[in-house]
Design a protein. Sequence first.
Length: 125
Amino acid sequence: MKKFGGNDIKVLMVIVAIGLLLVMIYVFYPRKAASSVDVLVDGKCVGTYDLSVDAIIPIEVNGTVTNTLEICDGKAFMSDATCPDKLCMKQGKISHQGETIVCLPNKIVIQVNSDDMSEFDSVAK
């Protein structure tokens, strides 16, 4: 059985340092604040709401209010839901581009949008 040598430990330390650097970049890199949220019911957009305006928005599915979206202090969250597991309420507050809240039983998706177009849509090689 071979033991770790000095070079093995150096390589391991470099890998750990790179990993820590990537985590720090992810945590401290500023994300764009978004300006609005779209409410989609069964894949169709039923409303777009400004995140700078505090509001309580009832969401209807088949004529019945099933969920309540609340916008407060520039963040959106699901404050009430009729679904049995209420996972959509546990997903927390969203305010950055690309974040979503999903209620699968009621087929509701809340997605954050930004008016600012990013410099890159995607990068392919």
